[in-house]
Ligand binder design. Sequence first.
Ligand SMILES: Cc1cc2nc3c(=O)[nH]c(=O)nc-3n(C[C@H](O)[C@H](O)[C@H](O)COP(=O)(O)O)c2cc1C
Length: 135
Amino acid sequence: MAIITDEIKEVAERARAWALATVSKDGIPNVIPVSSAKVLSEDEILLVNNFMRKTEDNLKANPDKVAVSIWDLRAIKGYQFKGEARIETFGKAFDEGVQLVKSVTPQLNPKSAVVVKVKSIYITSPGPNAGKELP
Ligand SMILES: Cc1cc2nc3c(=O)[nH]c(=O)nc-3n(C[C@H](O)[C@H](O)[C@H](O)COP(=O)(O)O)c2cc1C
């Protein structure tokens, strides 16, 4: 299983927003920008649900069909995560999400935390390794 290294974490921290892709029960793809997001551990990422609609429906229908793309435009570096999502409305990850959102927009009240257990990581940086899966 791939590990979120410090190098990948740095790209995640520099990304202004992450792209979160999900799939509906009928197989329709959906991709949204998410700015309230962070790396939780070497195999988990957190995206905070403030406004998700189709995304939330899709996560409930197909929690294992999730892809997240992050990139650092300045360094022209990027990674793609694939994994399985769970929705949490209380607990440590939810509290972290609330803190993350409220530090920027105090009046917002997050609906839930979307925690993605990362199963695979791909390089999206342009060049000979583009598209390759990390070991
Ligand atoms: C720059 C930007 C950042 C956003 N960040 C978040 C976010 O952190 N959390 C969230 O729930 N929605 C965020 N949104 C809203 C979602 O992208 C999207 O509008 C929402 O999930 C509804 O779309 P859906 O029905 O496809 O889920 C952001 C939108 C933009 C344009």
